[in-house]
Design a protein around this ligand. Sequence first.
Ligand code: BES
Ligand code: MN
Ligand code: ZN
Length: 510
Amino acid sequence: MTALTLSTSAASGLKVDALVVGVAKGAEGPVVAPGAEAVDKAYDGKLADVLETLGASGAEGEVTKLPAPSGVKAPLVLAVGLGAQPEKDTSYEPEALRRAAGAAARALAGAKKAAFALPVTDAGDVGALGEGALLGAYSFDAYKDNGDAKAKNGKNGKGPLAEVTLLGAKPRDRAHKAAVERAVAVAEELNRARDLINTPPNDLNPEAFAAVAQAAGKEHGIKVQVLDEKALAKGGYGGILGVGAGSASPPRLVKLSYTSSKAKKHLAFVGKGITYDSGGISLKPAGHNETMKCDMSGAAAVFAAVVTAARLGLAVNVTGYLALAENMPSGSATRPGDVLRMYSGKTVEVLNTDAEGRLVLADALTKASEEKPDAIVDVATLTGAMMLALGARTFGIMANDDAFRTAVHEAAEEVGEAAWPMPMPEHLRKGMDSSTADIANMGERMGGGLVAGLFLREFVGEGITWAHLDIAGPAFNESAPFGYTPKGGTGSAVRTLVRLAELTAAGDLG
Ligand code: BES
Ligand code: MN
Ligand code: ZN
């Protein structure tokens, strides 16, 4: 991955491929953002005019490349738009910095070294710029090898920007150093989650995902337990087995336990890990299954968050559950009309095999409840309905506790993830009444995301605080890249989960 360093060197003397400066949208045209004073001076103080001549406005995400003036060693200056200039005496929002750094890093794919002369006022800004740069530089080239199967990632593609130096930060400042360390851990694990999401489903089945988790556990001192199909049958995990029944690749339930000797609290994260969702016997029509390798994004987020918590040594116990299965139609597949006996003992009539996420999550939620954690958060690409409700960039939050739902929402906002609280109207429960079993896996079509939340709630242990994040919209970006978000797997919810773990460790949550 891209390397990240801090430097106090003067921008003009740096032997880098590009110098990145910020440009904001001022009342009367583009304005050069703080941090780029030396570069502006090299343009005789006329950088803003030059940018305006080139048609730049300072709009968010805008990238303008211009030749460096004499006196600057780097050949290229890249001006990245920061959006509206902040009011007088206020500084740039961390999320504006994160996005700008991301857009700049992406625009420099293929380059070796870049120095970022963007505004820095505190350690939070250092973290935001670092995170944005590392996330924006991400590219998934593992399968773009032009027939050279031995090609290293990116060898035959452009490859990501190799090295980023942040100027204006203090390399010897403890808070700045800690911010860089955090940014690197979060971004590396989030990018790893993106890799897992982007890996085609013929290469990432439940067994392969479990193997990745086991290897990471060894590397980071996390205890990993894997239940294979035999252990799942013995344990009575009817939901996970029922969803995996049609696939030639059997399901897995992976438990990752990170424990800290300083922990006072215990969080459990549960992720939907459908490595491919064809819909099963209730097969999805063409046009709806091409991106369904992304249906393990919740499990990828949980995995990344647990590893990040371990890397940061957070003073909280975090247990992650990855509910892994492939949803396929076949002669052995679960049929609409089948009844599954879940791990909790409840019976579920499967009316639609495409509502499979809630079935695997239900078993994992029951399992997670056994340890009585202080809170459970599940993450899932659960419903198309949530996408219809909130669009492709915002995830929905449901919970059995209003204060906890608000806390999760605030944590998401703090790290720059768009999220919104959703209700769980009690009247929607009766739509899932089954004439045969305790509950059906489908209810009313209207409010489908909320129905799914109500289903999950039934499998959370009595008295346990729980929140459900439906990331169906933001998990996979089918449009053009923006800010630090690439096309494809985004790593949605990773940063929110990490923030929740940090807040819990600090005693600031629950
Ligand atoms: N994985 C899908 C939800 C999804 C849709 C995620 C689009 C990302 C993008 C889920 O398993 C599903 O198929 N849900 C059904 C539920 C319905 C059958 C009750 C849906 O939303 O249509
Ligand atoms: Mn489905
Ligand atoms: Zn699904």
